[in-house]
Ligand binder design. Structure first.
Ligand code: ADP
Length: 572
């Protein structure tokens, strides 16, 4: 990871908040001044009390009151300012990371699971900008401590040296603690990611979990995972506790040593009782000097961990990004060619050298046994995955040379289980074509027998469909997805078992609708029922990762044994 580059990036996010940061620092300095003034005024007040100087007692008490009020007011605005900077930066980082997550190759989601990425985007931008909040607290604390330290040195150099030595001791302890903590944080992150990934899978599969009666088994499994996390957290807390006890023990010893030193100094007239009392009262602030430095050190480590975890996603080194070329085809025709194309998801080769050419405006059926690689062909045309060998050409240009927009705007895919957004029917359609006119929307919905259904709803096209179109039946979801593909107006339409949830009558109706538009689009149909593809211009027969036939139904039935068997199986 090129850390410098990313530090610069983060720095630029903060730079955009320049004005707020300037106000923040001005307020911080005022706060530091107030904080440093307090022990000085306390010392004066104590001297006045010791000398029973009533006028001075009143004067310093009033000043302490004013400084304390001032402190609270400035503190309030200082915190508001800090929070605003934090929120603005977090939003910017989140926006960038979300964008980058969309650019990741699909195979990252296959292997890591969606929960993994949700976890990173949920936690790390906040953690990153949160470091600013914590460092800003430490910084004000640090400056205050420096002020107090200077006061102590000025009042008694002996105590100054004493605090310096003590602080160094505490610092070394804190460095050791940070080392442990860093290791723990990394392990905890791994645990959390695994847990989120598994849990998000459970939530997505909630319906199946219920009907398969897996609730108890899976609760047991998640409890076991939780227990693992809790055990680890317990161990790390135990570690923390040990450091805490050691730290406290040292602090009690410091208190004791401080009093002894005080006795010696007062006895030898190096220090007055009042000054000693003030030093004793504010000793923690002086010792905090190193605490604050340790906190800053720890926060920088924390910052680096979050930065690394985010930039693993952003820079594409660990999780590969989609790569596109820069060629744009303004008038896309819609021809597709596979040339000796090979592809496997893992080491398992699915497509073993596929060759075929589909001309513009042809309608092609794709058949073959289940798991033979039909959907994989669609995945490759959409460039959701990249070929391992060979080539794919769209309009005669290598798919790797085309830009993202040319590929994604000219192809529409309708799957067996399409994703419908949680918005109204109209908005689902407008999402893919913001300039869609109501007239065209209704026209396209009529072609897929959707308009009639929508008109029977209370709010018609403005009806909300719920998460993933939950209020729609499987068949209606498919009809809406087909309508969405039609309004998108892409030259290539890929139908992957797109009508499988529909009854035979609706299926036939939609296939007839497709027939009406087939002369204007290149259409590829993967169909469970062969009868729905027999009138395609050609049918591509896939078997064992190869093309074993590519011809019209009539010719295939005469000459192709594999196709003949598939067809006869359907008739029987
Ligand atoms: P078909 O559409 O012909 O039923 P697919 O193209 O969906 O077949 O799948 C072809 C093979 O690739 C199958 O063995 C399937 O298990 C495997 N496969 C599909 N998607 C993935 C994936 N994301 N990761 C790993 N293997 C996959």
């Amino acid at each position: 990871m090129n850390k410098k580059k990313y530090y610069k990036k983060i720095f630029n996010y903060f730079k955009a908040e320049k004005k707020l940061i300037i106000v923040y620092f001005i307020l911080s300095f005022v706060l530091v001044a107030f904080n440093t003034l307090t022990p000085v005024l306390s010392a004066k007040n104590l001297t006045a009390i010791t000398n029973t100087n009533l006028d001075d007692m009143f004067k310093y008490a009033l000043l302490i009151l004013i400084v304390s009020f001032g402190n609270y007011i400035v503190s309030f605005f200082n915190n508001l300012c800090g929070m605003k900077i934090h929120d603005n930066v977090e939003l910017k980082i989140k926006t960038e990371v979300s964008k980058e997550i969309f650019d990741l190759e699909i195979k990252n989601f296959d292997t890591e699971g969606t929960g993994f990425f949700i976890n990173r985007i949920e936690r790390e931008p906040g953690a990153l900008s949160g470091v600013f909040t914590r460092v800003r607290y430490s910084l004000t604390g640090l400056l205050t401590s420096i002020g107090v330290f200077i006061y102590v040195f000025w009042t008694s150099p002996f105590f100054g040296i004493f605090f310096l030595l003590v602080s160094l001791l505490l610092f070394f302890l804190s460095v050791r603690r940070t080392k442990y903590w860093e290791k723990e944080r990394k392990t905890m992150n791994e645990f959390n990611e695994k847990y989120s990934s598994n849990f998000s899978e459970l939530i997505r599969g909630i319906k199946d979990i219920k009907v398969l009666n897996l609730k108890n088994i899976l609760i047991k499994k998640t409890t076991k995972e939780q227990k693992e996390i809790i055990n680890y957290t317990f161990d790390s807390r135990k570690n923390d506790e040990k450091f805490y006890i050691l730290d406290n023990a040292i602090r009690y010893l410091i208190d004791f040593a401080l009093i002894i030193l005080g006795i010696i100094l007062i006895k030898n007239n190096y220090l007055t009782g009042a000054n000693f009392l003030v030093i004793f009262m504010y000793q923690h602030r002086a010792i905090y000097l190193i605490d604050e430095i340790s906190d800053i050190y720890r926060n920088i480590k924390d910052f680096n961990i979050s930065l690394e975890r985010l930039y693993e996603i952003i820079d594409g080194s660990k999780y590969p990004k989609e790569k596109f070329g820069n060629k744009n085809i303004p008038n896309f025709n819609g021809s597709i060619e596979f040339r000796n194309t090979k592809f496997g998801y893992d080491n398992n080769e699915v497509l073993k050298g596929i060759n075929f050419k589909i001309n513009k405006n042809e309608t092609i059926g794709i058949v073959g046994k289940s798991g033979v690689g039909k959907t994989t062909i669609f995945n490759l045309i959409n460039k959701l995955y990249s070929v391992s060998d060979g080539e794919i050409f769209l309009d005669g240009i290598d798919i790797n040379e085309l830009d993202e927009n040319t590929i994604r705007s000219n192809i529409s895919t309708i799957t067996q289980n399409p994703y419908i957004f949680n918005m109204s029917i109209k908005d689902n359609l407008k999402l893919v074509n913001p300039r869609l006119k109501d007239k065209e929307m209704v026209e396209k919905c009529r072609l897929c027998l959707l308009d009639e259904y929508v008109n029977n709803l209370d709010k018609k096209y403005d009806t909300l469909v719920g998460e993933n179109g939950v209020i729609l039946s499987g068949g209606l979801k498919q009809r809406l997805a087909i309508a969405r593909a039609l309004v998108k107006n892409s030259k290539i339409i890929l139908l992957d078992e797109a009508t499988s949830s529909l009854d035979n009558e609706t299926q036939d109706y939609i296939h007839n609708s497709i027939k009406k538009i087939r002369n204007d689009y290149t259409i590829l149909i993967i169909a469970h029922r062969l009868s729905t593809v027999i009138d395609c211009d050609k049918i591509l027969v896939i078997d064992d990762g190869k093309v074993v036939g590519f011809d019209s139904h009539e010719n295939l039935i005469k000459n192709n044994n594999i196709y003949k068997k598939l067809y006869q199986k359907e008739l029987s």
